[in-house]
Each structure stands twice: as structure tokens, then as C-alpha cells.
Design a protein around this ligand. Structure first.
Ligand code: HEC
Ligand code: HEC
Length: 167
């Protein structure tokens, strides 16, 4: 067939095959780079290689111990206390030393929620599920700083939702 013949010819001349592969690679990387620059906002400004970078002072964390309202029911609540120096590694989880069920009476901390004992398949475990072990993947402290990107989020109760028990 014609297509096959062309492929055979290309295989016979490895230089032209290499040339076309390189061309495809070049176009593909160019396209990916363009897509990435379109989708990812530059958080730190344009890069300045080898130049001096102004370092902003570390933000002051909100540590008022007041539990914050959640923006929607299954939002991971933000951390209202300091986590400075709390070790969170494979062998030690400082967060669980207050937040695990067995220690909450002593610590006064809210227990990790029931979903944190569930595996991906919905199986309940006796201890925190491995997928909920690294708390700071979802729970983060807050600082009063300028937002890095714009946000047009609106609470769903501002969008005409009737609330049960409010009449
Ligand atoms: C010394 C005990 C202690 C440790 C350690 C601790 N917490 Fe807490 N945490 C509390 C207490 C008590 C509260 C209740 C609010 C308050 O008093 O700050 C709380 C509140 C929270 C809340 C808010 C819950 C809600 O419903 O609003 C989150 C989230 C949280 N902690 C996550 C963490 C994470 C993540 C770590 C580890 C990096 C951690 N905590 C370590 C005691 C602790
Ligand atoms: C994969 C994301 C994720 C990880 C990891 C995770 N959480 Fe959560 N957490 C959530 C979400 C989402 C909620 C709110 C919905 C729910 O209860 O599941 C929540 C709720 C909580 C609450 C509030 C419980 C309540 O009843 O008010 C506490 C406290 C908490 N998490 C602590 C922790 C601690 C401590 C760890 C680490 C051992 C941890 N979480 C790991 C996502 C996560």
C-alpha cells in the first residue's frame, strides 16, 4: 500500500525519520509550553535568572483558636491555631496527638471526622485511613495576606437556597 511504502522508505533513510521525529517533538513541546503559560498564573512574577529576588516577610498566621465557618459543607476546615514546628512524618503525626478519637477528651480538640477512618472503597478502619494521614495536604492555616489570584466564589446560600427549619 502507498502509506506502507512511504513508511518503508522513511525507515530505509534513518536521517529523514529522525528529522520528522524531532519536528514532532519540537511542535509538541512548544504547544505544551504555551498551554502551561496560559493555564498557570504566574504567582511570583516573571522569572529573573541570576538576579536578586525581593523576599516578602513571612506572613503572620491567624492563631486566634476560633473555628472558622466553612465555605461549603465538605470543605476541609482551616486550621485556627499555630502548627509551627509540628512534626508530620511517616513515623510521627503531631496532629493526631490531639485530634485522634482516643485523645480528644484530654486535648479538647475536635475529633478527625468519620470520613477520615474510611478507605477509598468506603471500608471503615479502626485508625485514620492512610489517605487522610498527611493532614496539611488538605487543612491549612490562614494568614491575612493579599490573595495571589482573583476569586469570584459565592456562598451557595447567597444563591437563593431555602434553608430547612428557617420558617
Ligand atoms: C495541642 C493540641 C493540637 C495539636 C497538636 C493540633 N491541633 Fe488542631 N485543634 C486543636 C484544638 C484545641 C482545636 C479547636 C480550636 C482551637 O482551640 O484552636 C483545633 C482545631 C483544628 C481545626 C479546625 C477544626 C474545625 O472544625 O474548624 C483543624 C482543621 C485542625 N485543628 C487541624 C490540625 C492539624 C492539621 C494539626 C497538625 C498540623 C493540628 N490540628 C494539631 C488542638 C490541636
Ligand atoms: C484528603 C483531604 C484530607 C486530609 C488528608 C485530612 N482531612 Fe480532615 N477533613 C477533610 C474534609 C474534606 C473535612 C470536612 C468533611 C468531612 O468531615 O469529611 C475534614 C474535617 C476535619 C475535621 C473537622 C471534624 C469535625 O467533625 O468538625 C478535623 C478536626 C480534621 N479534618 C482534622 C484532620 C487531621 C488531624 C488530619 C490528619 C490526620 C486530617 N484532617 C486529614 C479533608 C482532609
Amino acid at each position: 500500500m502507498r502509506g506502507q511504502n512511504r513508511l518503508c522508505r522513511m525507515m530505509r533513510s534513518p536521517r529523514s525519520l529522525l528529522g520528522s521525529l524531532l519536528a514532532v517533538l519540537l511542535v509538541a513541546t512548544g504547544a505544551i509550553a504555551q498551554m502551561a503559560s496560559e493555564r498557570v498564573p504566574e504567582l511570583s512574577g516573571p522569572p529573573t535568572e541570576m538576579g536578586e529576588v525581593v523576599v516578602e516577610p513571612m506572613p503572620k498566621w491567624v492563631v486566634d483558636d476560633a473555628r472558622k465557618e466553612r465555605a461549603y459543607p465538605d470543605q476541609p476546615p482551616v486550621i485556627p491555631h499555630s502548627i509551627e514546628g509540628y512534626q508530620l512524618s511517616v513515623n510521627t503525626n503531631r496532629c493526631l496527638s490531639c485530634h485522634k478519637r482516643e485523645l480528644t477528651q484530654e486535648s479538647g480538640a475536635p475529633m478527625i471526622s468519620v470520613t477520615h477512618y474510611m478507605t477509598r472503597e468506603g471500608q471503615m478502619l479502626a485508625d485514620v485511613s492512610p489517605r487522610r494521614y498527611f493532614c496539611t495536604a488538605c487543612h491549612v492555616p490562614q494568614a491575612d495576606v493579599r490573595p495571589l489570584v482573583g476569586n469570584t466564589f459565592r456562598d451557595m446560600s447567597e444563591m437563593g437556597v431555602g434553608h430547612a427549619g428557617s420558617e
